[in-house]
Write a protein that binds this ligand. Sequence first.
Ligand SMILES: [Zn+2]
Length: 57
Amino acid sequence: MGFRVIYHAQVCPECGSRDVSTQDVPTGDGITETAYVCDNCHLAWPMACISDLDGPS
Ligand SMILES: [Zn+2]
């Protein structure tokens, strides 16, 4: 079997802390995106790139 990425584990990729919370962060286009934020080192990284929004108009 190949590699398996376990995003739902919510472990910080930087420090490995499990003190991870979710937070809505602005992307700059007036859109907010849910991201993970590490409570230990405050690194933020995006959730899976799944968008429920309509495509560009
Ligand atoms: Zn961290």
